[in-house]
Design a protein around this ligand. Structure first.
Ligand SMILES: Nc1ncnc2c1ncn2[C@@H]1O[C@H](COP(=O)(O)OP(=O)(O)O)[C@@H](O)[C@H]1O
Ligand SMILES: [Mg+2]
Length: 482
């Protein structure tokens, strides 16, 4: 399973919340109520969830330190400084310039905040790339790349773009925002297609010499049909338009227009193809129910990285920073990352830094453990105070298995889950009404869950997606514990 991650908007929302606005209700309120599943393998009780492996039911002791003892502020003797200049030159006065350089190299190879843009730092994914190329080149269809956040959609799109440009395709990349408007977005794409490629324009005509682009041939307002008419006249090249983060677009008419554009481009066999990417678990979630374009579209699901692909990602860091990950460290990172390239990089980067801080070139399992703890600490610190307090309180501890099951159930694109989903995750051994009651206890105004009841059926979602990432990685960590 791949964990969910923050979207930019969600993160921004979390940042602006007042700290410790509301304190969670006192634990005593729940004391008399039987729990769905009590904490710890030794727990008995009406419905201690027998189906889950015992380790999953344990909350790693590390979290208790995180939530019970706020970190004292340690004042260093001198204020911290940057270790390299903005031009990436290591500061000349640095006593350990070699080390600093290796840290930078590690960050460049394994930093997890940016998508991969070049082939040299792209690991694995040969099948996905081959399938994408074949869909564009052989089948001449439009492609929708979908999967969890952090699974590598944008990176694949960039490496594909590089490969297509080498084959002389004109590749236009655009990232969709929540406010995306069809005509503004496609006008800017048209503005990047030289008019030279319009079938009416002769190579040394005044229009071609002026360096105009396709946008000059668009009316002020246009829809998908007019655009397809124009794009049908592309000649002398093939154009690929990549619409990244398609799931973020809120405007339903944008999606309708894109579907209509795809249909018209296909009907006219235009030399323009679209590649959409988005967070989704299936094609319908992303493009909606659109039977008229189904045969013109190929869905490309992004799968979790295989064990070998994880090895490949780590190997890129090893070469760059001249370090070696032990097999145990690799196994640990593989288990904790659940196939997410984002998490592989995040953990491998931290583990590598921990080894370098020890002045070691060998990354051990212990460095891996340090990396997990650092990541959990960082995630925790990025949550509002009151959310941290909610996670640390007694019911959260007692309901740990329920919360973990909820986090698993909520790993769909929009994060929503129902009582049934949690019931399934708990192994089908609990009572749905009790699950519902217990989930609702976490759904008060400022608590961990958000509750909606459209048409009567309760659906929940973690108020901060960061919480479910934290829960899922904690569960993975508990499984790793010796
Ligand atoms: N094939 C890959 N090789 C190495 N790193 C990758 C690969 N795919 C993704 N990553 C890394 O994983 C993280 C998430 O990738 P990204 O392409 O942004 O995912 P998505 O667009 O699906 O959210 C980034 O740090 C990126 O560098
Ligand atoms: Mg992306």
């Amino acid at each position: 399973m791949i964990w969910k991650r923050w979207s930019r908007a969600e993160r921004a929302g979390a940042d602006t919340l007042p700290e410790n606005a509301v304190i969670a209700p006192a634990a005593a309120e729940y004391e008399t109520v039987p729990m769905v599943a009590a904490a710890g393998p030794a727990a008995s009780g009406p419905a201690a969830s027998a189906a889950r492996p015992a380790a999953t039911d344990t909350r790693p002791a590390f979290l208790d330190t995180l939530w019970r003892e706020p970190q004292p502020v340690v004042r260093p003797f001198t204020l911290p400084r940057f270790s390299a200049s903005a031009s990436d030159d290591v500061e000349p006065g640095d006593s350990d310039a070699g080390l600093a350089r290796r840290k930078l190299a590690l960050r460049d190879a394994l930093g997890a905040s940016q998508p991969v843009i070049g082939r040299e730092s792209f690991a694995g994914r040969h099948d996905a790339l081959a399938q994408l190329i074949a869909s564009i080149e052989q089948q001449r269809v439009h492609v929708v790349i979908y999967g969890e956040r952090g699974i590598g959609k944008t990176s694949l799109a960039h490496v594909f773009a590089e490969t297509a440009r080498e084959a002389r395709y004109l590749v236009l990349y655009g990232s969709c925002g929540t406010e995306a408007q069809f005509d503004a977005m496609f006008r800017s794409f048209a503005a990047r297609i030289p008019r030279l490629y319009h079938k009416s324009v002769l190579p040394n005509s005044p229009e071609a010499e002026r360096g105009d682009n396709f946008d000059v041939m668009l009316e002020e307002h246009f829809g998908p049909r007019e655009l397809a008419d124009l794009f049908a006249d592309v000649t002398g090249t093939r154009v690929i338009i990549i619409l990244d983060e398609y799931d973020r677009v809120l405007d339903a008419s944008f999606r309708r227009d894109v579907a209509e554009l795809i249909k018209n481009l296909s009907d006219r066999a235009a030399r323009v193809q679209l590649v959409l990417t988005g967070v989704a678990q299936n094609l319908d979630e992303l493009i909606g129910y659109a039977p008229s374009i189904r045969r013109n579209i190929v869905g490309l699901p992004m799968r979790p990285l295989s064990v070998n692909e994880v090895r490949d990602v780590i190997a890129i860091g090893e070469t760059a920073a001249d370090i070696k990950f032990s097999d145990e460290a690799v196994q640990m990172i593989t288990a904790m990352a659940g196939g997410s390239p984002y998490l592989v990089r995040l953990l491998a980067h931290q583990a590598g830094l921990a080894a370098l801080a020890d002045k070691r070139s060998q990354v051990t399992e212990n460095h891996g453990r340090t990396a997990v703890e650092r990541v959990l600490t960082d995630w925790n610190a990025s949550l509002p105070r009151r959310v941290q307090a909610s996670l640390g309180r007694d019911e959260a501890r007692a309901q740990w298995p329920l919360l973990i099951a909820a986090a698993r159930a909520g790993s769909s694109a929009d994060g929503y889950f129902t009582v049934d989903d949690v019931y399934t995750e708990l192994g089908g051994n609990s009572v749905p009404t009790i699950i519902e009651r217990d989930l609702k206890r976490f759904a008060n105004a400022n608590d961990l869950l958000e509750l909606q009841e459209p048409g009567g059926e309760a659906r929940f979602r973690f108020r901060y997606p960061g919480v479910s990432s934290l829960l899922l990685m904690s569960a993975a960590m508990a499984r790793m514990a010796p």
